[in-house]
Write a protein that binds this ligand. Structure first.
Ligand code: COA
Length: 391
């Protein structure tokens, strides 16, 4: 049975900070941000956007009435969930109006969570042919103001509908994962900003890729020459290149050119949004497919490297389906990115440091000047989050 991504979409809040402006304000050479790290803009969510609202906003445009009746599994991969007990999937199940006999769970392993969700969904469809699974990746990446990780923050969500006979990408069966308990990046429960050993996390990412790739190519007999493109988890746009370039050293000039030009296309959205943690790998797939002008075709093999600090990695592959390009939401993605509000430094720092109320009682929330999204967090009443739909 062929199983894979039938529909996909992403959402990012409509407020961002320009990174040249941020670099100048921090007294840093802007080239460090735009060339050295490779980032141009960074999504900055208001307090009315969280993992739930962003996930629901990403999923809404791809689901029709038939899907809502066939989705039996909702998995949200996130490392910035909003409750230690109740899953964001349960909230999203209600917001999207999915039939009651579905199961809803949240999965966590840093930026790897959505890949775990995707693999769970694939297995689920194998045993439940004809049914569908909704996999959502949703995160707000926060390192703190004026930290070295500040430039690699971001926010956004990806939604993928997984089914048999998918219309975008068929997943292949062999994948290789790897786990090693390390402290390259982590976030204890008592803090809302991540702790990161930046240099070590870069090294761990590159080592995971080369170790898993060696095993994956042994098990599949694939070499990099078999791939038309390779998508990477992108905490910032230059990260995947650090892993890919050494692996390409012994490949022909044609293969190097093909994989590097597709790599560049896969980074466009990340450059303009920032790190969306577990959705980042899938954002790079959408960036590649939306930006490509006829160099990719059905049957092409795409590789994927998922990495979640702490750390778990996985390499898997998929093939583009016939007419896959007719099922992309390119224009909607362009509109979303083109119609965002460019924050001043003062607005960015004010929005960043705002906190949600933590006391009893009813607390209405309003960020209507900035947040124009369909679903948004509208109030907290006695510690319960309530969401509204903009009409
Ligand atoms: N012009 C052009 N490039 C410049 C520059 C300038 N003026 N100044 C620095 N650079 C380059 C550096 O040479 C370096 O390039 P390289 O990575 O190819 O060697 C890059 O910009 C970053 O500079 P560096 O001094 O290493 O930055 P940093 O110490 O501030 O840390 C990160 C950068 C990404 C490690 C940091 O932002 C971070 O910790 N981010 C979060 C963690 C993360 O994303 N980890 C990735 C694995 S998931």
């Amino acid at each position: 049975m062929l199983i894979g991504i039938d529909k996909m979409n992403f959402f990012t809040p409509n407020t961002y900070i320009d990174l040249v402006k941020l670099a100048e304000h921090r007294g840093i050479d802007p080239n460090k941000f735009t060339v050295g790290i490779g980032q141009s803009k960074m999504a900055v969510p208001t307090i009315t956007q969280d993992t739930v609202s962003m996930g629901a906003n990403a999923a809404l445009p791809i689901l029709d009435a038939t899907d809502l009746g066939k989705i039996d599994l909702i998995v949200v991969g996130t490392e910035t969930g909003i409750d230690e007990s109740k899953s964001s999937a349960a909230f999203i199940h209600q917001l999207l109006n999915i039939h009651p006999f579905a199961k809803s769970v949240e999965v966590k392993q840093a930026c790897y969570g959505a890949t775990a969700g995707l693999m769970m969904a694939k297995d689920f469809i194998t045993t439940h042919p004809g049914r569908k699974a909704l996999v959502i990746a949703s995160d707000i990446s926060r390192y703190g103001l004026a930290t070295s990780g500040e430039v690699t923050q971001g926010a956004g969500a990806v939604a993928m509908l997984i089914s048999e006979n998918p219309r975008i990408l068929e997943l292949e069966d062999v994948s290789v994962s790897m786990t090693e308990s390390i402290f390259d990046f982590w976030r204890p429960n008592y803090t809302d900003t991540a702790i990161v050993n930046g240099k070590f996390s870069n090294e761990a990412y590159v080592n995971f890729f080369s170790t898993i790739w060696e095993e994956f190519s042994k098990r599949t007999s694939y070499s990099l020459a078999d791939f038309n493109a390779f998508c990477f988890h992108l905490p910032y746009s230059k990260m995947g290149k650090k892993a890919l370039l050494p692996a390409l050293e012994n490949e022909s000039e044609d293969v190097q050119k093909r994989l590097m030009s597709h790599y560049d296309l896969s980074t466009t959205y990340t450059k303009n949004i920032g790190n969306i943690y577990t959705g980042s790998l899938y954002l790079s797939l959408m960036s590649l497919l939306d930006s490509d002008e006829n160099s990719l075709k059905s049957g092409d093999l795409i590789g994927f490297f998922s990495y979640g600090s702490g750390a778990v990695g996985e390499i898997f592959s998929g093939r583009l389906v016939e007419d896959y390009d007719k099922h992309l939401l390119k224009e909607a993605h362009q509109d979303m990115l083109n119609n965002r509000y460019d924050l001043s430094i003062e607005e960015y720092e004010t929005i960043f440091t705002k906190e949600l109320p933590k006391t009893d009682g009813t607390h209405p929330l309003s960020e209507a000047k900035y947040d124009k999204s369909h679903f948004y967090l509208s109030s907290i009443t006695d510690h319960q989050r309530h969401y509204n739909e903009r009409q």
